[in-house]
Design a protein around this ligand. Structure first.
Ligand code: DP6
Length: 345
C-alpha cells in the first residue's frame, strides 16, 4: 500500500465560473474564464492510499464514511471515470481516500475546490511514485483537478494568489487541445495583495437544501435566454477590466467590478427556469451594507454566505458591521494565500 498526503487551499472567485460548454461538458470545459483568490487558512487535507487491484473506491470525508449512494461519492466516482479516459491504468488500483476540511463543508463555499485539487494532486503524486506517470507540471495538474470539479483547477497553482482559469476553447481544434488549454495559473502571488483582507461571513445556520452548482449551472446554460451574452460581456469586457485594475493596484475599481460580477452571477441564477435563489435576507443585508463602500467588496457563490474583501486599514470596521448582521461568532478574517503543499500523514 502506498500512501500520499496533500493539503490544498480553497479559492473564491471574483469572476465566476457558471456553466460548461455544451460540446465539452464531459471535460468540464467552462463557458467563460474565471479568476479567483486563493484563501489562506481554509484547506482540505487529503490522504490517499493506493493498492493494486480491480478498481474500488472508499471515501471518508471529515471522518465520516461516504456511501456509494451519496452525491459526494458520485463526484469522486465520476472523477475516476474521467481520469481513466486519459490514464487507463487508473482502473488498476484500489483507492482509499480520507479528506478533512478545516472549514464547514456545507458552508456554501466551493469546498469541492480544495478537496478535488488535493485529490488530483495526491493521485498524480501516487502514480508518479508507482512509475505510472511522469511528474506532471502545474498546468497538467490543474487540468487533472478540473476533471474533478471545475473550480478545483484554480486551487492547484503552487504559488496561489490571484489565479486565472482559461476557458481554453477559443484557439483549440481537437477535444484534446481544448482540454489542454483549459488550465489555471497564478497571475499574481499573495504578497501582491498585502494590505488586503478577506472576511468570511457565515449566514447559514446549518446544512440547508440548495441547488448544487453542477446541476444549477446546467439549468442556467439551458434556460437563461441571454446566457451567452452574459458570458461574452464577462469574457471580453469585465475580465480585461478586472485584470487592468489589478495590474494598476486600483483596488477601488477591483472592488467595484467584483461586486458587479457577483450581482451579475446571481441575476443569472435568478433568471434560470426554475429560478435558483442562493441569497437570503441576511445576504442582501450584507449587499446593501457593503455596496456603497469604495474600499470593500462582497462576493457570493452557490449559497447565502458572503466573502468580503476589504483594505486592511478598514477591515476591522467592515468585520464589525458584518458581525452586526450575522452574529459575533460567524465571521472569519483571513487573507490571500499560497498554493497546495505536501501534507504529513
Ligand atoms: C459558484 O466547481 O463546484 O462557486 O465543476 O460542476 O464541480 P463543478 O462545479 P463547481 O462550481 C463552482 C461555481 C461557483 C463559482 C466559482 O467558483 O467560480
Amino acid at each position: 500500500v502506498l500512501a500520499v498526503g496533500v493539503e490544498s487551499p480553497t479559492n473564491i472567485a471574483l469572476i465566476k465560473y457558471w456553466g460548461k460548454h455544451p460540446k465539452y461538458e464531459h471535460l468540464l470545459i467552462p463557458t467563460k474564464s474565471s479568476i479567483s483568490f486563493t484563501i489562506a487558512g481554509l484547506h482540505a487535507k487529503t490522504l490517499l492510499k493506493v493498492e493494486s487491484g480491480k478498481r474500488e473506491i472508499t471515501f471518508h470525508l471529515n471522518g465520516k464514511k461516504i456511501k456509494e449512494t451519496q452525491s459526494e461519492f458520485d463526484y469522486v466516482r465520476d472523477f475516476f471515470d474521467k481520469i481513466s479516459g486519459t490514464y487507463k491504468f487508473a482502473n488498476d488500483y484500489r483507492y482509499e481516500i480520507s479528506s478533512e476540511n478545516d472549514f464547514p463543508t456545507a458552508s456554501g463555499f466551493a469546498s469541492s475546490a480544495a478537496g478535488f485539487s488535493a485529490l488530483a494532486l495526491a493521485f498524480a503524486k501516487a502514480m508518479a511514485k508507482l512509475d505510472r506517470l511522469p511528474e506532471l507540471n502545474e498546468r497538467q495538474l490543474s487540468v487533472l483537478a478540473r476533471l474533478g470539479s471545475g473550480s478545483a483547477a484554480r486551487s492547484v497553482p503552487s504559488r496561489g494568489g490571484l489565479v486565472i482559469w482559461h476557458r481554453g476553447f477559443d484557439n483549440a481544434g481537437s477535444e484534446a487541445e481544448v482540454s489542454d488549454l483549459s488550465y489555471a495559473e497564478t497571475l499574481y502571488e499573495p504578497s501582491y495583495f498585502d494590505g488586503l483582507s478577506v472576511i468570511y461571513a457565515k449566514v447559514e445556520s446549518e446544512r440547508e437544501k440548495k441547488t448544487k452548482s453542477r446541476a444549477g449551472m446546467r439549468e442556467s446554460v439551458r434556460s437563461v435566454y441571454d446566457y451567452w451574452q452574459w458570458v461574452d460581456y464577462e469574457e471580453k469586457t469585465l475580465l480585461p477590466a478586472m485584470l487592468n485594475a489589478v495590474r494598476e493596484k486600483d483596488w477601488v475599481q477591483m472592488f467595484k467590478l467584483t461586486k458587479q460580477a457577483s450581482n451579475n452571477f446571481h441575476a443569472v441564477c435568478w433568471r434560470t427556469d426554475p429560478p435558483i435563489i442562493y441569497l437570503n435576507d441576511k445576504s442582501t443585508e450584507i449587499i446593501s451594507t457593503i455596496q456603497p463602500l469604495a474600499y470593500a467588496a462582497y462576493t457570493f457563490d452557490a449559497g447565502p454566505n458572503a466573502v468580503v474583501f476589504a483594505l486592511r486599514r478598514q477591515a476591522e470596521d467592515v468585520e464589525e458591521s458584518l458581525k452586526a448582521i450575522v452574529g459575533k461568532e460567524n465571521t472569519y478574517r483571513t487573507e490571500v494565500g499560497g498554493g497546495p503543499k505536501d501534507a504529513e500523514l
